[in-house]
Design a protein around this ligand. Structure first.
Ligand SMILES: *[C@@H]1O[C@H](CO)[C@@H](O)[C@H](O)[C@H]1NC(C)=O
Ligand SMILES: *[C@@H]1O[C@H](CO)[C@@H](O)[C@H](O)[C@H]1NC(C)=O
Ligand SMILES: *[C@@H]1O[C@H](CO)[C@@H](O)[C@H](O)[C@H]1NC(C)=O
Ligand SMILES: *[C@@H]1O[C@H](CO)[C@@H](O)[C@H](O)[C@H]1NC(C)=O
Ligand SMILES: *[C@@H]1O[C@H](CO)[C@@H](O)[C@H](O)[C@H]1NC(C)=O
Ligand SMILES: *[C@@H]1O[C@H](CO)[C@@H](O)[C@H](O)[C@H]1NC(C)=O
Ligand SMILES: *[C@@H]1O[C@H](CO)[C@@H](O)[C@H](O)[C@H]1NC(C)=O
Length: 424
């Protein structure tokens, strides 16, 4: 098990700096619905000048990528441990053949020139992992309802999922919310439905987004789940959910409608609660809800994934120009991802102590942390916008080194999903 320092006052700066980094991912969220570029993101309130220069701490990385710390699933084969090997077969869909890819992740359409990153597959150390078989999958999922619940990375994931399935049958979009954050697709031949739900904290949260550059005071209720997903819970047969990153946001935390502290709220007379305490509480609430529900859904909790900004952060010219995966030992998880990951693995370790197996629920950790860590080449980078260098080959553009190109390495997450759901 990895040891990490508590996020006490001494490490607050690290956290704050990373808030800036992640802020870019957030600002992308606002634009995803209408396809606008995020020009405004550059000057978003995430750029807190008092800490911006303190980037030494952001570079801090602790060695966490040894096999022992990554070991979650026991049993015959740990899908989370392995390497990327060349695979000439490439992706099953293209940016033209799939119409659900949002512009920000449509890298090839946006002019990404190098394509080598498409020709790798994840090879677990102790077994073969079959590529996603969409025909077999849909056939097994007749009359079922899947949900993807979480933040913009969940949305990235559901788009990959729909694109792969669409090779067999085109999906009809049967519902979307005004802002396109909640969408449902229907595969008519199979009466198979897929819903994506925007719930970045999984618990009830108000007023947490920046609107027109105005900083909002996020109010996060650590004892109340977000009813946008709990209200629909009994209609879901399978759920892929995730959380975490948004807890980096400065926020005031509540329990029983009473403030219990905050995260990064200078100027407020509140004590620092610790984002790790908040996330731990949220995950526990989610798991307790699932275990205590009379409804039997299969739930995969997707573990945290890293961004790959190099030579700067999202707002200081950081880039991700690599064109190949890392090999074992070439990179380690950064401080905050270790924090998130430890909370997730700890929550699942704890399941063993609560009579979980007796409840015969299916609740598993979808462990994509390491295989994603090894793919610095899979992000949109500058190609989150169309043809960023068309007018000026040396233009300075903002990179996205957090979300994933479609097609891209995120497609492999579905290979794990299929294995865990149909063979696990
Ligand atoms: C899927 O959605 C369709 C259309 O919204 C609905 O008629 C059908 O009952 C749903 N099926 C499942 C399995 O959820
Ligand atoms: C919230 O209220 C309930 C019932 O009044 C009480 O049992 C619980 O201790 C309270 N929790 C906190 C954190 O105040
Ligand atoms: C918190 O306040 C809301 C809105 O006023 C209310 O509906 C809810 O029951 C309250 N929760 C608790 C635990 O008191
Ligand atoms: C801050 O909160 C404490 C404890 O609630 C209180 O005693 C103190 O007066 C507050 N300070 C300010 C400046 O409001
Ligand atoms: C980062 O900067 C160093 C030194 O300028 C350079 O050698 C390296 O290629 C850069 N890395 C990336 C990913 O741009
Ligand atoms: C719940 O679903 C899982 C996975 O399909 C199954 O193994 C388990 O037996 C079910 N539990 C109950 C109580 O039906
Ligand atoms: C291209 O972008 C670079 C970097 O921002 C800038 O210095 C240069 O003046 C630009 N060239 C033209 C022709 O706009």
């Amino acid at each position: 098990m990895v040891k990490y320092a508590r996020l006490d006052e001494n490490s607050l700066v690290k956290v704050t700096v990373s808030v800036l980094v992640i802020g870019f991912g957030f600002s992308l969220l606002y634009s995803a619905s209408n396809g606008n570029s995020i020009g405004g993101g550059v000057s978003s309130p995430f750029v807190d000048k008092t800490v911006e220069g303190d980037d030494g701490s952001y570079e801090l990385a602790i060695t966490a990528s040894n096999d022992e710390s990554m070991e979650i699933q026991k049993g015959k084969c740990d899908l989370a441990i392995g390497e990327w090997i060349p695979d000439p077969s490439g992706p099953v869909y293209t940016s033209e053949s799939c119409n659900v890819i949002t512009e920000d992740q449509n890298c090839m359409k946006n002019g990404r020139p190098d394509l080598e990153f498409l020709y790798w597959r994840w090879k677990p150390r102790d077994c073969e992992l079959a590529r996603f078989n969409a025909v077999r999958f849909l056939d097994s999922m007749r009359n079922k309802h899947w949900a993807f619940i979480g933040d913009s990375i969940s949305r990235n994931h559901v788009q990959s999922f729909i694109c792969i399935l669409s090779k067999v049958e085109a999906a009809n979009e049967v519902y979307h919310a005004k802002d396109f954050r909640n969408i449902r697709w229907h595969f008519p031949t199979y009466n198979f439905n897929v819903t994506v739900i925007w719930s970045p904290f999984l618990v009830k949260a108000y007023n947490y987004e920046y609107k027109n550059g105005v900083k909002a005071d996020g109010q996060i209720h650590l004892d109340v789940l977000d009813n946008i997903w709990t209200d629909q819970y009994t209609s879901f047969d399978y759920i892929v959910m995730s959380g975490g990153k948004w807890f980096l946001r400065s926020a005031v935390y509540y329990e029983n409608n009473t403030t219990v502290g905050c995260h990064y709220c200078p100027g407020k007379n509140l004590t620092e609660y610790g984002l790790e305490n908040a996330y731990r509480k949220a995950i526990k609430l989610v798991i307790d809800f699932i275990l205590n529900s009379n409804h039997n859904a299969t739930v995969l909790y997707r573990a945290t994934t890293s961004e790959h900004f190099e030579n700067g952060s999202w707002d200081t010219g950081g880039t991700c120009d690599r064109t190949k995966p890392f090999k074992e030992g070439e990179i380690s998880l950064n401080y905050l991802d270790v924090v998130f990951r430890d909370i997730e693995t700890e929550a699942f370790e704890n399941l063993k102590n609560v009579g979980y197996t007796g409840k015969r629920k299916s609740l598993k950790l979808l462990d994509v942390t390491k295989l994603s860590l090894l793919r610095p080449d899979g992000h949109p980078g500058p190609y989150r916008n169309p043809h960023p260098f068309a007018k000026n080959k040396t233009a300075k553009v903002q990179y996205d080194c957090l979300h994933w190109c479609l097609p891209g390495p995120i497609d492999s997450w579905n290979d794990l999903v299929m294995e865990m759901v149909l063979n696990g």
